[in-house]
Design a protein around this ligand. Sequence first.
Ligand SMILES: Nc1ncnc2c1ncn2[C@@H]1O[C@H](COP(=O)(O)OP(=O)(O)O)[C@@H](O)[C@H]1O
Ligand SMILES: [Mg+2]
Length: 695
Amino acid sequence: MSIQNSLFMDSSLVKLLGSENYFSNHVGYVYSISFTEAYVLTNDAWKAKVNGIPHNSFLIAASFNPEMFSEINEFDKEVVLLRVLGPAPLPSESEIIKTKIEHSQNITKQEFENDIYDGFDPITKNEIQFGALKCRILGTFYEEDGELRLGSDLENYMSSARLKVYKPRGEALEMIVNHINPEIRKKSLEEAKKVGFKGLPTPIDIGTVRYTSTARLHRSNKEKLVPVRIQPSDFLARRTAVFGMTRTGKSNTIKTTVSAVALAAMKDGIKVGQIIFDINGEYANANHQDDGSSIADVFNEECIRYRAIETEGFEDLRLNFYYNPSEALALIQSLYNNEKKSPYSGQDLDTFMNTTLEEPDKENISQYYRWRILRSVFLSILYEAGYKVPNNFKIEIPVSNNLISQIKEVIEDVEIPKNLNDAKKGFLNVTPIEAVRWFLIIREANMSLKQMQKGEKKAQLGLKSNKGNSIVDATLEAFLNMLARKNSKDQQFGGYRAIVNYTVYHSNKRKNEVVNEIIKHLYNGKIVILDLSAGPVEVRNVLSEKIATGIFNYAFNIMNSGKTPQNIVIYIEEAHNLIGKKEELTHIWPRIAKEGAKAKIALVYSTQEPSSIHPNILANTENWFVTHLNNEDELKTLGKFYDFSDFHDSLKVAQDVGFARIKSLSSPFVIPTQINKFDPNKIKSKINKIKGRLL
Ligand SMILES: Nc1ncnc2c1ncn2[C@@H]1O[C@H](COP(=O)(O)OP(=O)(O)O)[C@@H](O)[C@H]1O
Ligand SMILES: [Mg+2]
């Protein structure tokens, strides 16, 4: 350390001024101050020295001399943080303007041609190069127990104090934009430890400080670009909004975030599950738009993609109707109801379209017995309607002695199912073809019995259970008729033909239930991408909601059992469609937004219409990323929050891609930031580095 350097105390406050470079960062003096605003006298020469003072840039003011920090009064040991709001008039303003105008009026042709027309005399030049800036007071840095703290206001000001103003650059600016108060850091550490982090999680590198659209000076190669970081604890189990017009970099922000969270988790050996509801298929696919590479390419092993259509490299998002008959029937019903005009009709079809296959209580033996039969008839209907069966799929059919003897009564040479000895408790597993055949027999027997009972003037119960109740109730009868394509009067009708068009919604490949499979991936710390750009739209809606509900319930069950659930991050785009103003707060998406954080579910939502988001959710959003918004309504909504109103003009004018104003939970003010471009190669190399270290 040189002798000169040793003059500078190792104090954070001194560092904020730029330590030994403080003199070259000096840009003026505060000449008027209140609790909320400060007016700064500056000068063109000083501005030139620091590569300019852009609109919305940070300035700092301090009264102490950093070379004599150890000797200063306790009172002066603080640094006031300012933001440049705009110009302010000096008392001599009108004089100066007059001088400038007169001077311009008197320029001779000769002076103009010889390029000497701005030649003010030195005294005048000195006078007119002074100007003033109006600044907002963002807070006060001071030291407490040896640590740097930021209070978000000004506690006291001295009218006589000569506050010198500096432009923070490089390291000093980095300290400012990434500052976290010690108590918040302590709390974050506690939170992190609860979910298994060993220390404070690695911060997320999101971008670099950018003040204005024109970035010729303040981001030139002479200025160090200053990184802006987000604390994972701000982000995990919180709500984050990404607002901005189309193609201003919302998706890119999400890609950068997904990667950063994945990298931080990898580095810290923690599992954070992330799921993207990818409406446009831009996260799942390579070569989408002009992006070259997608999240899925970069994180290939840690990433699982789903689609509601058969595609190589994608898991099938669709239901296997044979394994999820209840959901399948509900889906068929919603598809049927959405059809403008189905050519099929009939009493039996109506019954079929209004029946639920939800599993009843097992305690209710007769109801449960009938449900098992109904389910099997439904599966047989699927088979007849051309829904591809999974390999070796079996359907259970009722074969109790009581039933068979009743059937034999009315159909003499009935062909009894083979392997009857394998039956368990009255049911036998058979192939779909055999099941269809058996149910048609049951239908026929039931009708004949009813006919007989009618002749004998008895109650027309058809096939009877041991207790003497009718087995084939009205619903089952309708289902059997659907299978036979004949109604109870034996007249032909469309029957199962009504559902043959919906086979595209079914996947015979899927073995497990998709929701649980996805939850498992998330709890293994994977990135799940639901590519909703392809496949039938009803499937996407039905399944998105089902998956969201599944994740929500799963996390809450863990929490309610007294444990801490693992961190999950959910990303949704076009969020106004899901958590809009008109949405009931009891609906799943608003619930995730409102309550998810309690069970460690973070929600990141993006839209170009912040004003359409439910106000309650907006008010509970902890982190904000805002790029260009083109109209007053949206800006007005935004301006109600934090200090976003300072950025009103800039947000409306600057259309630069990725130029965001960020308010994060642990920072008390907005930081204007250029978001990093999602860089697949850079991320890949980081992944390899981390993996290499872990090996
Ligand atoms: N921070 C950024 N830096 C450079 N290019 C970006 C940045 N953000 C986005 N882009 C590019 O701009 C285009 C639109 O970005 P995108 O994220 O898809 O916008 P949005 O989701 O808001 O419609 C893409 O080609 C993307 O690669
Ligand atoms: Mg987008």
